[in-house]
Design a protein around this ligand. Structure first.
Ligand SMILES: Nc1ncnc2c1ncn2[C@@H]1O[C@H](COP(=O)(O)OP(=O)(O)OP(=O)(O)O)[C@@H](O)[C@H]1O
Length: 554
């Protein structure tokens, strides 16, 4: 029931498809349940009346039913596929949307390919489970009632013989419930991890080539696969024992029907037509019961998926306030502390004021917290710091930083990533309003030679392809930052991959625009320090890296 509650909003969104699917499922059920009855009566009328019009009527009926059945099952399947795919993708995107808003440190120990795989397969499993069973479970119950009723009316003794098999089925399900859930869960986890490992190998193709670690990579995959195989075999063993109990029961049923049904015909308690009706209806009863058995199994599979999605959705989103700003004039830090793991402070009682109209350079040794500091003032660590950070007079935790970052902060990262799209799309990524002419002008100002690219600004770029250099990537990211024309500009190591000439161009642009902006630059390079109004050493941010006594606890 909790799975249904969780999924219903995704499938009820597509009411028309759902309606068509339901109506046609019911039609196909009526057809399947009436055919044995019509056939049994046909056999008896052939035996007792020998009238040729009976044959004509029966064949016409079967032809009509056949045509209706073919057309309706096509439309039913078509609606099902549409409904299933759309609902599953909606669920998938909702979960992804939640993941996007989890604290950045959640991703520290998470394999994102694995996570993606997991969300996708779990969303599909859940939607399919509900769609396949929501109506089927009702139809199968109706079938059981209807078929029992007709069978009892035809032959009470034979029908009563079937009843003890029902508790037997239930007992089998309850015995296998836990092992099936556990082995199913284990298998899904291992499969997702294995595929993510495969993906990682392709992602690191350059690293593998440069170090010629082809054999080691293959070996790693094989090792990983062997754990998948162990889980798969265990799951197969348990599933097989579970399903073979089903076939065993079918065999016992059939023996019972043929033995007692045959005797009843000989003794005149059943006509041949009635025997075929009962025989077909008993097969339906078997189908229904084995459906309920497999429902138990697929419910356990769906429960695994539900628990895994719920675990993600129960993760709290990162703190993000609701106040917004139209301009930023100052960023003030008051007694700010930050630690990743509460064993060592990366930022230690830091106080500072950043004002519009100045360029600030943050320098310092590797690993001393410069990038951490940038992430902190951008609002990525809102759940983890102590002290106060004010934008104008509003504390960072109260601000809707999604909106502030989107509109009035521009960031160029140390290792900018590209989206797989054209140069133009990469430059305007995340920017709603821009002037097309400004793009080319900015690229030119940064010494970015568009003529080198076959289709100019419309050339497609790929993050992992080598059709663009590190410096060119950085220039795209810088162009995006300047095109946005934000109040705060943050550049993390902007000069590390730029040539001297391009550094001079960048400095020129920064000096030109600084009057109305707060510009913060993280740098190791001395070449850019001369444009700084203030230089902050990372030692000031964390004045004693080994200070374990003073570690703050949140
Ligand atoms: N997600 C994280 N979890 C735990 N520790 C982290 C995390 N990110 C960074 N650190 C640690 O925090 C310290 C500061 O890292 P940070 O990246 O801020 O340094 P940095 O000054 O920018 O270095 P660099 O000059 O090399 O870019 C490092 O010791 C690093 O190992």
């Amino acid at each position: 029931m909790k799975i249904f509650k969780f999924i219903k909003k995704y499938i009820f969104k597509y009411k028309l498809q759902l309606f068509i699917f339901f109506i046609l499922s019911i039609l196909s059920w009526i057809i399947s349940i009436s055919i044995p009855y019509i056939t049994g009566n046909y056999i008896d009328s052939l035996i007792y009346s020998q009238n040729s019009s009976t044959i004509f009527n029966f064949t016409m009926k079967i032809l009509l039913i056949g045509i209706v059945s073919i057309v309706s099952s096509f439309i039913m399947n078509y609606s099902y596929v549409k409904l299933q795919t759309k609902s599953a993708i909606d669920l998938n995107l909702d979960v992804l949307n939640h993941i996007f808003k989890l604290p950045i440190l959640y991703f520290k120990d998470i394999d994102t390919t694995y996570l993606n795989q997991r969300v996708n397969s779990d969303s599909n499993t859940l939607v399919s489970f509900i769609l396949n069973n929501m109506l089927d479970s009702i139809i199968k119950s109706l079938t059981l009632i209807f078929v029992f009723y007709i069978s009892i009316r035809i032959n009470r003794k034979l029908t009563i013989l079937l009843i003890p098999f029902i508790p037997l089925y239930l007992a089998i399900y309850f015995i296998f419930k836990k092992p099936l859930f556990k082995s199913g869960h284990d298998l899904k986890e291992k499969q997702n991890k294995f595929f993510s490992k495969m993906n990682e190998q392709l992602y690191n193709i350059k690293l593998i080539k440069l170090n010629s670690t082809f054999e080691e990579s293959g070996e790693q995959l094989r090792e990983n696969f062997s754990t998948v195989l162990v889980s798969l075999l265990k799951y197969t063993r348990i599933s097989y024992i579970f399903s073979s109990s089903d076939s065993m029961t079918v065999t016992i049923y059939q023996i019972t029907i043929f033995l007692f049904g045959g005797m009843e015909i000989i003794n005149g308690g059943l006509t041949i037509g009635q025997f075929t009706i009962i025989n077909s209806y008993f097969s339906m009863i078997m189908e229904c019961i084995s459906y309920y058995l497999s429902l138990g199994k697929s419910y356990q599979d769906a429960l695994v998926s539900y628990n895994r999605l719920e675990k993600i959705l129960n993760q709290s989103k990162e703190a993000n306030g609701d106040k917004t700003l139209d301009t930023i004039d100052t960023i003030i830090l008051e007694n700010v502390y930050f630690s990743y793991d509460y064993t060592r402070n990366i930022i230690n009682d830091f106080n500072y004021e950043f004002k519009k109209g100045s360029i600030y350079c943050i320098t310092g040794r590797n690993g001393t917290g410069k990038s951490t500091f940038i992430n902190l003032i951008l609002g990525l660590f809102n759940d983890y710091y102590k002290g106060n950070i004010y934008y104008n007079s509003l504390e960072l935790r109260k601000l809707d930083m999604y909106s502030v970052r989107k509109r009035i902060i521009g960031i160029s990262e140390q290792e900018p990533r590209l989206i797989n799209d054209t140069i133009k799309k990469n430059v305007v990524y995340g920017i709603n309003k821009y002037n097309y002419g400004d793009i080319e002008e900015l690229l030119k100002k940064l010494n970015f030679d568009l003529n080198k690219f076959s289709k100019g600004i419309n050339t497609s770029l790929y993050e992992d392809a080598n059709n663009i250099s590190g410096g060119e990537k950085l220039k795209i990211s810088l162009t995006r930052t300047f095109l946005k024309d934000p109040d705060v500009i943050i550049l993390d190591e902007p000069t590390s991959v730029l040539d001297i000439n391009s550094i001079e161009k960048l400095k020129f642009i920064l000096n030109q625009i600084k009057e109305y902006k707060i510009i913060i630059i993280v740098t190791h390079s001395k070449e850019i320090l001369d444009i700084a109004d203030e230089v902050i050493s990372s030692n000031e941010i964390c004045y004693n890296l080994n200070d374990k006594i003073n570690v703050y606890q949140s």
